[in-house]
Design a protein around this ligand. Structure first.
Ligand SMILES: [Zn+2]
Length: 292
């Protein structure tokens, strides 16, 4: 299996083209999460063949951010883990020092040049890079000129404090965006730019969205935490973090069916391979083949 090794900031692998759209992959930071939590009801003897655990039972994950460039506009998809963490969090989650801004700087992309940031949902490892605190005076938007596109329901849930995963909806990732007036809340499907649209992928959270980059019959779908890694392709391979596991399973089935039929490729946003995958439906369920 081909594996790109993005340990350092910058491009995580070579870019792709979808029509006129150029799609680059950026290392948004690496982390490790408990393998049991990452695979929900699946017994360890099954998941550890797909995702080996370390001595603390954690599995290796990435955060894959995309830079989509089209007609002079720059769109960031996902902001990764960011860098606003105490030593204790860094240790528990084995967080890398590298985050999205390091990756952009390494390839001379100015954060002021970003027009749009699409956040699939607001968990810390997806929204953390959207703000930073460079001088200890409080978190502020990493991309000061950008509109931040967030599902309205996800925003409302993140601010409601339902005692469910409140630790992952962090004030410093959310409040600065609202204060700066950069939030653009969307309901369901919306076109962000020609060839770039968001669509609802409920299950992991109630209102998570995915991002489709599309031209003619080519499509590339970032599915966020619907299917975080290629090891989560099986319909029952949900995370214990999923708020609505059954709905996640149904969304997964619908999306995989659509990708298999349309030939769209998929980005699994936390897969350690930095790859894209083509989906097919075989006798034993859906299969993912690494494309490039
Ligand atoms: Zn999540």
């Amino acid at each position: 299996m081909k594996k790109h090794h993005a340990q350092s900031p910058g491009w995580a692998r070579p870019p792709l083209h979808v029509g006129d759209l150029r799609v680059s992959f950026l290392n948004g930071g690496r982390l490790k999460l408990d393998g049991g939590a990452m695979f929900g009801i699946i017994p360890k003897p099954l998941w550890q063949r797909l995702a080996p655990a370390d001595e603390l039972n954690r599995i290796e994950l990435t955060t894959t951010c995309l830079l989509v460039e089209t007609a002079g506009r720059r769109i960031i998809v996902e902001s990764g883990i960011g860098n606003k963490y105490e030593a204790r969090d860094r240790e528990i989650f084995a967080l890398s020092e590298t985050w999205l801004l390091d990756s952009l700087r390494a390839v001379q992309i100015d954060p002021e040049s970003i027009d749009v940031v699409i956040l699939t949902h607001l968990h810390f490892d997806h929204a953390g890079g959207g703000t930073f605190d460079p001088d200890g005076r409080g978190a502020r938007p990493t991309f000061p000129r950008a509109r931040y596109i967030v599902p309205r329901g996800e925003w409302d849930d993140s601010r409601a404090g339902y005692f469910v995963m409140t630790a992952t909806y962090r004030e410093e990732n959310l409040a600065p965006l609202e204060r700066a007036g950069l939030l653009e809340l969307v309901d369901g499907e919306a076109e962000v730019a020609p060839g770039v649209s968001v669509r609802s992928l409920p299950g992991h959270t109630r209102h998570q969205q995915g991002v489709l980059i599309h031209h003619a019959d080519r499509g590339l779908l970032h599915v966020a935490d619907l299917i975080p890694t290629a090891a989560h392709l099986g319909l029952r391979y949900n995370m214990a973090y999923d708020l609505l596991p059954y709905e996640n399973m149904r969304t997964k089935q619908r999306v995989l069916e659509e990708c298999a039929q349309s030939g769209w490729t998929v980005v699994f946003g936390q897969d350690p391979h930095w790859s894209t995958w083509r989906i097919s439906k075989g006798a034993r369920g859906f299969e993912a083949v690494q494309v490039e």
